[in-house]
Design a protein around this ligand. Structure first.
Ligand code: ZN
Length: 177
């Protein structure tokens, strides 16, 4: 299992590098992507980006439950998204790299995603609502951006730093990405 990097690690704030086909197809990189999926499930996350396991490369993984249409866990390499609609929604997020903290983040509701899959094939698809939220959160990680940079109503489960304590319903229904 891989170690999750948490704040205040400065590597979480770096822009991660695009990877090329040769690097992607290396056995070590293929193994890393499988380990990222295992680690995501082990730590009860819905998504995980490579900087969160200490690799500043543009790979993220998303659990199958993020969208009804997914038939397996998703690996996105060099992902890029654009909004399809101006519509946004506000919902609660947490992050495996910012433990015990939750907040509400405004995200675009409908996006179009372009990436490579684990075999370096180009993939393109539309993502909506929660699925779109997870992708925006993970791509932010690849740019060194954390959800706390954008969140409102930030609360902590342990009330450290004097922030408000999360109401039980908020932290229970929250998602760690
Ligand atoms: Zn995160």
């Amino acid at each position: 299992m891989l170690n999750i990097i948490t704040l205040p690690a400065t590597s979480l704030r770096e822009r991660s590098k695009e990877i090329d086909r040769d690097f992607l197809l290396k056995p070590e990189t293929q193994k890393l992507m499988v380990e990222m999926i295992d680690t995501m499930y082990q730590d009860d996350g819905a998504g995980l980006a490579a900087p969160q396991i200490g690799k500043n490369i543009r790979i993220c993984v998303i659990g199958q439950e993020a969208d009804k249409k997914l038939t397996k866990d998703l690996i996105l390499v060099n992902p890029v998204w654009e909004k399809i609609s101006k519509k946004t929604n506000l919902d609660t997020e947490g992050c495996l790299s910012v433990p015990g903290v939750f907040g509400r983040v405004k995200r675009f509701s409908k996006i179009y995603v372009t990436a490579l899959d684990r075999r370096a094939n180009k993939i393109e698809f539309e993502a909506k609502n929660f699925f779109a939220r997870v992708i925006q959160h993970e791509v932010d990680h690849l740019d060194g951006i954390l959800f706390i940079d954008k969140a409102t109503d930030i609360c902590r489960t342990d009330n450290a730093l004097g922030a408000g304590i999360c109401p039980p319903n908020l932290s229970d229904s929250s998602i760690r990405l």
